[in-house]
Design a protein around this ligand. Sequence first.
Ligand code: SF4
Length: 226
Amino acid sequence: MTLEQTILNGVDRNEIYRYLSAKRKVDDSWQTYVEAVLEETGTLILPNQLMIEDAISIDANQVKLISSELQLTSENFADHIKGGKRLWIVAATLGHLIERKIKYYFAVNPTRAVVMDACGSALIESYCDILERSIKDAHTEVKGFTSRFSPGYGDLSLTTQRQLFERFDISKRTGIHLSEGDLMLPQKSVVFMIADQPVDTPQSIGCQHKCASCTLQHCIYRTEGM
Ligand code: SF4
């Protein structure tokens, strides 16, 4: 099976409806429509990624990446990976074709554009799931891992993104670029980090897409009522 098919097969349909803010049960014809758009979106993905691993030390709100000589400042992130000794940074993208098609649909069929945007978001999540799993499978000696944490969550500033991009030459190595406001282009791109943990306990902090109960009050992705 190709990577593209694996990404498509891994899509959580609930994520698509969550991105579409569907509050009620969707009927069959709407589901068929979403499936068709998802299928089309799946033909547009150009997955690419970069993974970096480094040893870390954590001191109060400072996370130091030892070999990379990089320092990230965030109380929430430091707390999230507390006890960790290694950090994996992943930059992943689905490329620019989805965005191009969304722009086209916005001009001729806005509904399809909105659904495609939601499908693209669910597809990049599926790709991140695959990459996260590959790290875990390659490091069975590690007892536990944190959940994913990204620049913009809690008090981990979006400017961290630029720090990571400059230090690891992410644009050149993946084709992901940063806008002036440090947002990624293509938009269906994600940078996330996970760390090892001394015990295998599920982390409750980090993005579980449950903003109403999430403690990261200053997260720029916060959506009330989710
Ligand atoms: S659950 Fe909401 S507030 Fe918490 S990290 Fe995710 S998007 Fe941000």
